[in-house]
Design a protein around this ligand. Structure first.
Ligand code: RIB
Ligand code: CA
Length: 313
């Protein structure tokens, strides 16, 4: 079967970086048409820089990197240096990237790729705030029916919020963008905190990365170690939730995940619950299902896949 054509939209962040490595290590399954950076964990100049650094680390300098929106649709940017560090990829020192940033704006790349390709052939994989995707849909609504699927990391229901008591970070940063994307009518698979909090690293799992004895293995171990400290402190969890790699793992092996096709709506007015994803898990409303909301993962299978693939780089 031909590899699945995807565009990854990202705000690296250590967990985004591991997701990118997983995708770039899987060319027989995923044809990464381009990677688009968005402001999120850290401002855009850093997320586009970090994206290029990860591409170079993976050896996949053939994949074009684009810079997108530097602020949410209508709100001020909220970042997460407290989780990812000042650079967004804190951990071992990193050399400046040498691969170029594409001239074209990420939103125009997304519009052009979908508009010029056959219907239902390109999957969008957002790993950060949905600003780029929403802007593309607003600029060119004709591309929405051409999207094969949107497989995104974002939202929370039973797990509640991680940036406010009610909201998950990617949705909270740009709730208006999330509302546009989730209500767009495009087929959506959501990987919320409900599932990513079950994809936890452990010492053995991080040691497995280090055991590769490669620059990629060492960096993956260092990034997950750095990223883990925040969640350990906050949740007392033994291990870091690998949020964004769940998106790529879903593409590679959806049988690792289970969920329900339900209605998900985004709160965009209440200050108290802004960015909350109201998931009708028990189908108590007549709101039509609009997303496959993933609630569980075979975490051993997830880490076996991740370790096996990243070891290739
Ligand atoms: O809430 C987790 C999400 O926010 C992840 O995508 C992480 O990288 C941050 O963007
Ligand atoms: Ca992210």
């Amino acid at each position: 079967m031909a590899p699945r054509k995807i565009i990854i939209d990202t705000d690296p962040g250590q967990d985004d970086a591991v997701a990118l490595l997983l995708a770039l290590a899987s060319p027989e399954d995923l044809d990464v048409l381009g990677i688009t950076a968005v402001a999120g964990n850290v401002p855009l100049p850093l997320t586009q820089r970090n994206t290029r650094i990860v591409c170079e680390l993976s050896g996949r300098t053939d994949v074009p990197v684009f810079a997108g929106c530097d602020a949410p649709l209508v709100r001020a940017l909220v970042t997460a240096e407290h989780v990812h560090g000042k650079t967004g990829l804190d951990g071992p020192p990193l050399a400046a990237p040498t691969i170029p940033l594409q001239e074209q704006h990420a939103v125009d790349f997304i519009v052009e790729t979908l508009r010029n390709g056959p219907e239902g052939t390109v999957t969008l994989c957002p790993l950060g705030p949905l600003t780029n995707i929403a802007t593309a849909f607003q600029k060119a609504p004709d591309i929405i029916p051409k999207v094969a699927e949107i497989v995104l990391m974002g939202g929370a229901y039973f797990e509640v919020g991680n940036i406010t008591p009610a909201a998950e970070f990617n949705i909270y940063v740009d709730p208006e963008a999330a509302d546009i994307v989730i209500s767009s009518g495009a087929p959506i698979v959501m990987l919320p905190l409900d599932v990513t909090h079950k994809a936890l690293t452990s010492k053995a799992r991080v040691d497995a990365f280090r055991a590769f004895g490669t620059p990629v293995g060492d960096m993956t171990a260092a990034w997950t170690d750095f990223f883990e400290r925040f969640d350990k402190e906050k949740y007392g969890a033994a291990g870091a939730p690998l949020h964004d790699p769940c998106v790529i793992a879903y593409l590679l092996d959806p049988t690792l995940f289970t969920g329900r096709h339900i209605n998900v709506a985004v709160e965009i007015t209440s200050e108290l619950t802004l960015g909350m994803t109201v998931a009708d898990w028990w189908r108590v409303t007549d709101r039509p299902p609009n997303a496959l909301f993933i609630g569980d993962v075979d975490d051993a299978g997830f880490f076996a896949l991740l370790t096996d693939r990243v070891a290739r780089l």
